[in-house]
Design a protein around this ligand. Sequence first.
Ligand SMILES: C[S@@+](CC[C@H](N)C(=O)[O-])C[C@H]1O[C@@H](n2cnc3c(N)ncnc32)[C@H](O)[C@@H]1O
Length: 369
Amino acid sequence: MTNQTTIDPDELKRFSFNVWSYKQGELVSLMVHIGDRLGLYKALDGAGPVTPAELAERTGLQERWLLEWLRGQVAARLLDFHPQAAPDQDTPNEEDRFELTPVGAAVLADEEGSLAFAAGAFSGATPPETVDKLIDAFKTGVGLSYEDLGPNAAHRTERMLGPWVRQALVPEILPALDGVTAKLESGARVADVGCGGGLALAAMAQAFPNTEFHGYDPSAHATARCEDKARELGLDNLKTFTASGEALPDAPTYDFIITFDCIHDMTRPAEVIAAIHRALKPDGTWLIKDIRSQPSFKDNLRNPMLAMFYGFSVSACMSSALSEEGGAGLGTLGFNPEVAETMVRAAGFTRFHQHDFDDPSNLYYEVRP
Ligand SMILES: C[S@@+](CC[C@H](N)C(=O)[O-])C[C@H]1O[C@@H](n2cnc3c(N)ncnc32)[C@H](O)[C@@H]1O
């Protein structure tokens, strides 16, 4: 039993507020998911201040439900409120207006044009059967692979990581690497290891038709998405293999290899790094994108989103990296610049250069044999 008499009531209030703010976050997350899924942010984008009836008219949705959602969005400080009557009046005022500002639209509506787009990360709750398996993993030590997370995992990851890949990879990131764009323009062989749904592959295969692109991922859900994408976009220079990075060709084959947000998810990262070393041509380049983190937990505590990163780790990254007995289990924050450089040099690479492209979540490393 908690001894209530020894507890400072103010501290209790502050602590409770902190805990309940996470419950609020859970429910606001659901509302963002609903807004994203129903196209509400897109409908509000550029519309200026609208009434619930106008939003209902635009979307074909029920006005009463929209009023409740709109008011919740104002409470969450995601929409601006333009009251048309005294603000303390509780009866719904049909003339009250709600607005998604241009900044709000950049984060919540503009998936194709804004690097800050975030609504795609709000994918709804974790299915109860996955939660049960995570509870078991705390007992057995063995986690769930991305394949175990089901067909939606690749789609969710893609929507979360998509803006930077679609909008910055070809125009900003590749040109910063020594000689890579020129090789891709004239014709080269490229592998994306841990390719997921193939976002990066599709962006590059469209931009560099003379180059052949190969995606490797052990998740059949991921490679199926990647193949669908290649078909939809008519990309005949993109091929996928449902295989781990360890299965890369055992001889220098590729001019350019990328690993995006996946080394820390791997059960055997050292083996995959060694396979990349064997598969890369002597004048080739390996581009690693991995989570922006520091070697020490104390330094990472300066990241205001650190708790979210640990949530990603337990529910996806570390879980995947422990999905086999003896897995390395690096997890979301585990492949920091120090670990990356040590592991990469241990595999025989001699050049390791860190790039910071202002991507708030990731650092990039240009690695050469
Ligand atoms: C967070 S997702 C990143 C996907 C993609 N690179 C992107 O940026 O959208 C991590 C991916 O790594 C894959 N993965 C896990 N272990 C792997 C391994 N040993 N070899 C290759 N891919 C692996 C998972 O199946 C998953 O698709």
